[in-house]
Design a protein around this ligand. Structure first.
Ligand code: FES
Length: 220
């Protein structure tokens, strides 16, 4: 069984702000920028921490094929764990794990017709649906619960229904796991935009900034 991890909410929030600082600094061509009293050199911003973004390819996060593109022929309801990976314009390949694995995603494939609202079906081709793996309550990684084909968080029993937009069906999470829109290209999955709702550690107020950051990431 995959071990769960918990992300410190303060670290997550701080990291998000620091990313924002890095993008702003890049745009303004300043070496340093100061917001809410903190300063951070541009050189410390790393692209592997940026949000999932349009054009990223999903690659296996574990197993013998770690780092290789996920083959849609291997998918089933029991989710495959993956990270977004980006090829930059300069040809560099970047595995975008995020901060403390915050970009880890779960990919489930259900028989066509089983996915229902509020799943964004246009973003879930061939019954393949992708969600952030980090619980919206306090940041543990969720697991598969085979009995009822749902995702279960081991920390406080947060329960999500991946066939219905990962809405919360039990426990304390305040909102669904965020769906990541994808399309099929050959046998691979390509991200078509960042999360459709804020992921763990990003508030509703910060979500616009988060999306802008993902947009900036597509220019790398
Ligand atoms: S961290 Fe998932 S239910 Fe609490």
């Amino acid at each position: 069984m995959t071990k769960f991890r918990r992300i410190d909410p303060e670290i997550s929030r701080r990291t998000f702000v620091n990313y924002s600082l890095g993008v702003a600094a890049g745009v303004s061509a300043l070496s340093f920028i100061t917001i809410v009293g903190s300063a951070r050199p541009v050189s410390r911003q790393t692209p592997d921490k940026l949000p999932p973004a349009e054009g990223d390819i999903l690659v296996y996060a574990e197993g013998t094929n770690t780092g290789k593109p996920v083959d849609i022929g291997t998918l089933e309801p029991n989710p495959t764990r993956a990270y977004p990976q980006r090829k930059t314009k300069s040809g560099e390949t970047i595995l975008k794990k995020g901060e403390q694995d915050s970009n880890l995603v779960l990919i489930s494939k259900f028989p066509e017709g089983q996915l229902k609202a509020p799943t964004n079906l246009q973003a879930a081709p061939q019954g393949i649906v992708v969600y952030g793996a980090v619980c919206q309550h306090l940041g543990c990684q969720v697991n598969w619960k085979n009995q009822d084909q749902t995702y279960l968080c081991p920390c406080h029993s947060g329960n999500y229904d991946p066939k219905a937009g990962c809405k919360v069906i039990g426990g304390p999470p305040p909102r669904p796991l965020p769906q990541l829109p994808v399309r099929v290209e050959g046998t691979q999955l390509v991200v078509t935009g960042t999360y459709l709702i804020p992921p763990y550690g990003v508030s509703e107020e910060e979500y616009e900034q988060y999306k802008q950051l993902a947009e900036e990431a597509t220019k790398a």
